[in-house]
Design a binder for this molecule. Sequence first.
Ligand code: ADP
Ligand code: ZN
Ligand code: ZN
Length: 844
Amino acid sequence: MKYAQIVVNTPLGVTQSREENVPLAESLRERTFTYAIPERLADKLALGQLVWVPFNVRRLQGVVIAFSDSSPVAETKDVDEIVDPRPFLSEIHLDLARWIAREYLCSLNDAIQLMLPLGVEQTPKILLALTGKSLGEDLTEKQAAFMALFENKPEIELGNVPRDLRGTVDSLVRHEIISKRTVIPPPRAKPRRVKSVRLVNADALALQGPKELSGRYRAIVDFLKNEDGAIWVSAVYANTDCTLAHLRRLETLGVVALEEEEVMRDSLAGRVFDVVEPPMLTTEQQAAWEAIEFGIRNEQTPTTFLLHGVTGSGKTEIYLRALDEILAQGKQGLALVPEISLTPQTIRRFGARFPNRIAVVHSKLSEGERYDTWRRCRDGLVDIVIGARSALFAPLPRLGLIVLDEEHDPAFKQETVPHYHARETAIELARRVGACVILGSATPDLETYYRATRGEIKLLEMPQRVMGHAQVIANEITNYQLPKRKLALHKLDDEHADARYLDLPPIDIVDLRAELKAGNRSMFSRALQREMTRVLAAKEQVILFLNRRGSATFVLCRDCGNVFKCKRCNNPMTYHGVGDSLICHHCNRRDRVPTQCPVCKSARIRYFGVGTEKVEQEIQNLFPQAKTLRWDFDVTRGKESHEEILENFVQRRADILVGTQMIAKGLDLPFVTLVGVISADTALNLPDFRSTERTFQLLTQVAGRAGRSILGGKVIVQTYNPDHYAIQAASHHDYRAFYEREIAFRREQGYPPFNRLIRLVLTHPNAKQAQAESARVHRALATRIAQRGLPALDLIGPAPAFFAKERGQFRYQILVRGREPHALVADIALPFGWRVDVDPVSVL
Ligand code: ADP
Ligand code: ZN
Ligand code: ZN
């Protein structure tokens, strides 16, 4: 083959993309080029390799995607150099990237970037070194100047060679005067080192004068006497109240030795997992497991399963079994969770079952951790990768199973380009490698469930909750007076004495309109207050869920009704008690709380709506003894704070956890016996065809946090829409009822899964031009539909997006709806400013 097709990773701004009149499909191809293969690389170049190529006046990285004998263009440049002989992408991943580009209408480069371990900024370096061979006196002036660069340096970086001397490099390499090698720079993160201390001679202390025998030194020595070998200094500090200075002193006296040891930067390092034996399965789990086991064992029939099990039905246990089986076959597994920092409990359970065999991948890892993990995966050293969406692209050569927990979660769709959906992409990847997929959820995405009813996905149902935590509760039983009533709540599953089923917690709906009529102005209904009193008295725990953040949502003028909005985004601003400020959650603009309405000058400003801070205040008013924890995005910024907050609650250092969306995910805590939903309505009335589904999912998931153990539990949902079918179905734990209602609505309205949507969003600094441009694209689309006779496609919009302004820019959108909307959109010119989102998870 004489030519290589290369996808060049052009940094933004190198090529000015998407000009007017160039159809989208064509502009997406802009970064794929044909390069000639020079003689010296003829038998070295391989598919999926990362290479250097000349590009205008620069050198850029690219990935080899194909070979050919002829070139579509007359003039081609040569491939420069191979970055790493080992391909970065397997052929399967290359094919998957092509699929992503086609399916989500993004460029192949965008798709390939998802799969490369390094950010664009981490360009490999080319190092030059002297070989020791000499050219004698024959050096040209430039060559001599170049050779002078090596003074006192064994190696220099090509990037540091002055531009006018670079031409000499290739000839010197050819004459073997200098050698050239490419290195991927080591991760910027340094290995972590910890100090440890070891007792070498306890008697040396006694040889010192009486002053040296002070109690503190003695305590250190006594402590170390009970330890075998070296232990981390932090443990000594904690146990003896000493500092490094004390240890240094003892070191000079020859009593102890201080050492440093390198700790592998592994986000799980230092965590001790209790290894747990797999429990005996319940009959429901057994049935589901047998179906999955059959699929995993029969390679001819890789299957996608939908494991629809109520919250706490033991889905995670099934994932663990399936992964175990995969490992036994010598294959590898992938487990994807929506947001990894919110699900530390899940990681812990995987770690406990497969100690030292898992790697965790997520966005908060340091560059070093991520890079090391990627390499360990490519080398086949990792058996199971757990991670958020992007972990799907971990280079696992023997992939046998992909698990997606909470498959309905919108976090599986990437919000930035390329807008791929990890669920669909996982199914596609699995199909290509012959792996199985398990999609698990208590509230499956409507579209997934629809496919299951049609037999495209194999449906497995587990309608009963397993009673977990038997041991934890048993340990407490002596100091905890368990009411007999609660013991009677669960049914014994005869065949499996250890595993018992537990009823799902009853859900009471409280009509907030009636509360107001009865004169209760508190954000806690009387029923909720009553239950909280009871649960707190029993020393159990409460979770209060709020679908908002900040302590008041809107700030509004009582006289003229003016709502305070962000000057940049025109979005209602949120009041925060801390710092007394108004915050725009779109652009993060902060303003002082106004004392006067800018419209009518009235001073009667009212705070409308509630937030977590306000809930916390109200708790302090009503239950001054209760200890409260607040968990929302405003209090969790660092890497560990999610875990810290959660750990405090798990250890029962607090009675009440107040939180937003994030508490809906995966918490499995035995002492939580009451969940209160402050207001179920926030999401119901948003103009998004998925808002009802989201409300149902959220309520069901939040309710699932209660009643996880023999202690039982209860859920109270406060709402102004008590009769709404999403709230009714959630309160009866009736997924099927919700599904039937909702799927009928989707069919009638032509929404997914009956059609696909492509959302075109224009962001533009000028309101008038934004409107004109969106009208132009709408016209172009409409004209083509009419010309080609495509009645199966229709357009919604153009209209300002729900969040019509963001970061000072105006947003317009058009939805293209139909069975196959791709070809139409690909045919339209979408110059800079447009974003294409195929199968959007939200149209807000
Ligand atoms: P899900 O993932 O469906 O929410 P989990 O797998 O978290 O459910 O299970 C809920 C609880 O029941 C957990 O505490 C888990 O350890 C426990 N559990 C699950 N399966 C069994 C079993 N077969 N025997 C005993 N306990 C189980
Ligand atoms: Zn703003
Ligand atoms: Zn006013």
